[in-house]
Design a protein around this ligand. Sequence first.
Ligand SMILES: [Zn+2]
Ligand SMILES: [Zn+2]
Length: 72
Amino acid sequence: MSAARVWKKCAFCSSGRKRCFTCGGSGKVAPGWQTCSNCNGFGSTICTDCGGSGGRYDVSSSPSSSSYSAGY
Ligand SMILES: [Zn+2]
Ligand SMILES: [Zn+2]
């Protein structure tokens, strides 16, 4: 069993949530500073890259065996 599953952290978010780009993370938008409709006032949205899980398992196909012979 050489295939190892490694947890790769999502590079587009932190722990599955991104800062809402519509309100900049404040949850309010101008004019009138009403509740941001994009994030419902949370200031952050679920990351679409990882589906809110914060990362994903990546199967490393490299055998990771040191059978690399350094020939002269
Ligand atoms: Zn927002
Ligand atoms: Zn993500």
